[in-house]
Write a protein that binds this ligand. Structure first.
Ligand SMILES: [Zn+2]
Length: 384
């Protein structure tokens, strides 16, 4: 499918969170020819950029040599289209840059991110999304509540970019002047005020609109406040707490993001481990599962897949028919046995990922798993 007109040129003027990139819409795009160039660059420093640029240039030279002559001109135009984005200097906080380009479609997307990505250049019938998909799996947005007994600040962290959502506080000394009160009465009032403050913060958290779409919440701050607050959360919000961080209120934001990211990432690893175990147990029991490239592809095509489980950083060499989009594992035939169309080499996992995106299946990337490795790096938990 061709990109929709409003989707042909996207180049945000600020760093983007990986969750802001419309992978669903990108996965819809494909052509019968290898006209989509996908470039991943490291761009944290001038040295990173220089190294990435020379890597990209050498990949371009190799590609141009191996291209059939009828594709060479469009390839050169696509390279020119991407050139400005490749050459442009690094922005503050930028760590990587993703450039998706196709001159025949006048298609150019440029995303600069605060996340790291390995340099990669792919020319294919569609934008190459696997590295973005993996980053998205690792860096879903998460919420951070920093609080003590008098002050609470709520942030949302999107791909290491910290946005403050709200802050609230109580002024215990002004509200409850010690005046002629006994110490005991003062303490009681103070405790009551803190409790109602926490209750208010808990309500704010439970009402946070996008909490459902997030990985979850990290509660941070000194002392007991965070565990007291956790107890006051309604169950569905409490279930979303990823972990607690014991830190002073004055902790610098970058440290908070770093520590919280680790909590969120550990949580994600435990979720993907669970998915891998669920897949294994289903396979061993012979129920609601599928593995091997062909059966998984067919299950995806029929919309039967609940979760596609794949090993991260895994490559399954195969081919796709540029005409009918049929793909499979193994050595590439000159022409497609189904329709006689032209074929090109692919990492089959990319095609499975795009199919999952198009058919609404969840995708879980797993770091390491012996069983998953033993069944070829990919499997599916089925709906029925
Ligand atoms: Zn075909």
């Amino acid at each position: 499918m061709q990109p929709k007109p409003e989707f042909t040129s996207i180049s945000p003027g600020n760093l983007v969170a990986v969750t802001e990139i419309d992978l669903g819409a990108l996965a819809e795009i494909y052509d019968e020819m290898d006209i989509y160039l996908s470039i991943y660059m490291k761009s944290a420093s001038t040295a990173d950029l220089d190294a990435s640029r020379s890597f990209v240039a050498s990949r371009f030279r190799a590609m141009e040599k191996s291209l059939p002559s009828e594709l060479r001109e469009s390839f050169q135009k696509t390279v020119s289209l991407a050139q400005e984005a490749i050459e442009s200097p690094s922005w503050k906080g930028e760590r990587s840059r993703v450039i998706l380009a196709s001159s025949p479609e006048s298609f150019l997307h440029v995303y600069r991110m605060g996340l790291e990505a390995e340099p990669l250049v792919v020319l294919d019938t569609s934008p190459f999304l696997l590295p973005l998909a993996r980053l998205r799996d690792d860096y879903l947005d998460w919420g951070l509540l920093l609080l003590d007994s008098q002050e609470a600040k709520l942030f949302v962290i999107r791909s290491r970019i910290m946005e403050e959502m709200s802050r609230s506080s109580i002024d215990l000394m002004n509200k409850h002047k010690k005046g002629g009160w006994s110490q005991m009465r003062f303490d009681r009032l103070r405790k009551g005020a803190i409790k109602s403050f926490f209750t208010q913060v808990a309500e704010d958290l439970a009402n946070l609109d996008n909490l459902q779409g997030m990985r979850g919440l990290v509660l941070a701050g000194p002392g007991e406040a965070k565990s007291q607050l956790k107890e006051l959360l309604p169950p569905q919000a409490r279930d979303r707490v990823l972990g607690l961080l014991d830190v002073p209120m004055g902790t610098v934001p970058s440290e908070l993001v770093k520590m919280g990211d680790q909590v969120a990432l550990d949580y994600e690893r435990s979720v993907s481990k669970k998915r891998a175990e669920e897949l294994k147990s289903n396979v061993l029991k012979g129920q609601l599962s599928s593995y091997g490239i062909d059966p998984v592809r067919d299950a995806l095509t029929h919309g039967r897949v609940n979760t596609l489980v794949m090993l991260s950083d895994y490559v399954v060499p195969g081919w796709i028919c540029e005409k009918c989009q049929h793909f499979q594992e193994g050595a590439r035939p000159e022409i497609c046995p189904q329709c006689g169309g032209r074929t090109s080499q692919v990492n089959v996992l990319e095609e499975l990922y795009e199919l999952a995106q198009r058919t609404g299946a969840e995708v879980e990337f797993v770091e390491e798993d012996e069983f998953l490795q033993s069944i070829g790096g990919v499997g599916a938990i089925l709906r029925y």
